[in-house]
Ligand binder design. Structure first.
Ligand SMILES: Cc1cc2nc3c(=O)[nH]c(=O)nc-3n(C[C@H](O)[C@H](O)[C@H](O)COP(=O)(O)OP(=O)(O)OC[C@H]3O[C@@H](n4cnc5c(N)ncnc54)[C@H](O)[C@@H]3O)c2cc1C
Length: 487
């Protein structure tokens, strides 16, 4: 086969145009670097947009629920809350403001809600506009298949298809692939899953149902306070009246009935489910400036104990999750008032992976750092979301724990530096953390923050002709602060 070979040079190469990657590319370009952004799919935003995770948690500190009942109220009211201290700003806030301008996010310009809802379809377009305006050279359909390495130093990557093999050389490469694919290929150490068994948290394939009459669903909830709790019922109805975001929780009595009749789908990888600990969420989608009470997005744990970096396992799990989505739609139609004539509009374009590799960096952020709200001298931003770890066996509910201390911890710059490898930075859900801390830093606002820090540091490294490890921390913090990030 005759294949064309080409070599291209950039200052900064960002691999993965997802939640962290698009922000990294903008930050590097705005700070003066020539940037190429490589994305294997046909859109930017990754899990944030194509994955249809339509809520950025937490731009603000987020409190933990005091009880199971309180959790229900909290889950539904946090999306419209401006109460607690906002911690993440800069490009993340600018992006939200751009989304607000075109009726693709709910809220107020210049501020974010604790859990910022947005339209994942318009997100793809807004991100494209921002990235292109920053001067980034975007490549879609560009799966990185190899890393160019010499003496533990990343020189660039390879993108290959049947027509062309392209070597892209760069002074700094940023791994924003979510799975730490570039770091792993470069020989960086990583941890995987929970410390006991290496099992990952469950995966999700978001699905959307149309033709829902949500007011009928809410009427059922109103008539069954014993199932949902009176506080939840009062809160959800008030929010609906005020046109604010709402979250609809599982219909446990219906699930029990459907389980008995064999009408409820068991998630991929499990033998049964416990209706009492099940937590999943259904939310009206925000489209063109308003919530659509006929178009409902569903987020539930669907596939257990899957390695997202294993193609065969991921293929089987994806088909397993689509099967669950189709059967869930049938369950809703048959059992849940308001869904009688509802239909499955689509499943998400991107499978929702909560965790896989965690790259071992020069510093590993751990559970104690997060829970104590630890401050680091090389902090690149503040974060204070609840730690949210989904039970890997489906036996218990998800764990939600509040960040202590002053309500936020620093993410240290060293957590973005893969140990033992040069010219490489990592951003997003696979930065250097332990299993529990990742339950916090995997949130989108934190991914955007680490993306911005990695992009900024990469541009500074290029300017100073040093490798990222040698970037002056004081200068990095000064630049981030001057661009409106709280340090
Ligand atoms: C079901 C679910 C619900 C969640 N709920 C919330 C929530 O409500 N709020 C919240 O804030 N967070 C939530 N999260 C967490 C959050 O959405 C993710 O952790 C975050 O979006 C991950 O961002 P990332 O940039 O690390 O990866 P991604 O956004 O997944 O981006 C990685 C990108 O890299 C690309 N890529 C990978 N390998 C290659 C390669 N070899 N070559 C080229 N491109 C490549 C991928 O195509 C993708 O676009 C949820 C996560 C899941 C799974």
């Amino acid at each position: 086969m005759i294949k064309q070979n080409e070599t291209i040079q950039a200052d900064v190469l960002v691999v993965g145009g997802g939640t962290a990657g698009f922000v990294a590319a903008i930050a590097a370009a705005r700070n003066g670097a020539k940037v190429i952004l490589l994305e294997q799919r046909d859109h930017l935003g990754g899990t944030h947009s194509g994955g249809m995770v339509m809520m950025i948690r937490s731009m603000r500190h987020m409190k933990a629920p005091k009880s199971a009942e309180h959790k229900k109220v909290m889950i539904t009211s946090y999306e419209s809350s401006f109460e607690d201290e906002q911690l993440v700003f800069s490009i993340a806030q600018e992006y939200i403001d751009r989304m607000l301008e075109v009726g693709a996010a709910w809220g107020m310009t210049g501020q974010a809600t604790a859990r910022q809802l947005f339209d994942p379809e318009i997100a793809k377009w807004t991100i494209e506009r921002m990235v292109v305006e920053a001067g980034v050279d975007v490549w879609f359909y560009a799966q990185v298949t190899d890393v160019l390495l010499s003496d533990n130093t990343v020189r660039g990557v390879v993108v290959e298809n049947l027509k062309t093999r392209t070597e892209i050389l760069a002074q700094v490469t940023i791994d924003a692939t979510g799975d730490g694919n570039i770091c792993a290929a470069a020989g960086a150490s990583f941890e995987f899953g929970d410390p006991a068994e290496g099992h990952c948290q469950p995966m999700t394939l978001y699905f959307v149902m149309g033709g829902v009459k949500l007011d009928d669903t809410l009427a059922y909830i109103q008539n069954h306070p014993e199932e949902f709790s009176q506080d939840y019922v009062t809160t959800v109805l008030r929010l609906r009246d005020e046109g604010k975001p709402i979250t609809v929780l599982p219909f446990k009595a219906k699930i029990k009935e459907a389980l008995q009749k064999g009408d409820y789908p068991i998630p991929y990888g499990l033998k049964n489910v416990n209706p009492d600990t099940l937590t999943y969420m259904a939310r009206p989608m925000f489209r063109n400036g308003k919530f659509r009470y006929d178009l409902i997005s569903h987020n539930m744990d669907m596939a257990y104990n899957v390695d997202a970096t294993d193609r065969k396992e991921l293929t089987n799990a994806t088909m397993g999750m689509r099967h669950v989505a189709v059967r869930m739609a049938a369950f809703y139609r048959k059992y849940v008032p308001g869904y009688e004539d509802a239909y499955l509009v689509h499943t998400a374009q991107v499978v929702g992976v909560r965790d896989s590799r965690r790259i071992v960096g020069d510093c590993t952020l751990n559970k104690d750092d997060v829970l104590a709200g630890k401050h680091f001298p090389d902090g690149i931003g503040r974060y204070g979301s609840v730690v949210d770890v989904h039970d890997k066996d489906g036996k218990q509910s998800l764990m939600l724990v509040e960040v202590g201390g002053s309500g936020w911890f620093h993410i240290p710059y060293r957590a973005l530096l893969p140990r033992g490898v040069s010219n490489l930075l990592v951003a997003g859900r696979c930065i250097s953390t332990d299993y529990i801390a990742q339950g916090c830093t995997r949130s989108q606002a934190a991914c955007m923050m680490t993306g911005q820090a990695a992009g900024t540091a990469a541009a500074l490294a290029v300017k100073s002709r040093v490798e990222p490890r040698a970037v002056n921390i004081g200068q990095l913090q000064k630049v981030l602060a001057s661009q409106n990030q709280l340090i």
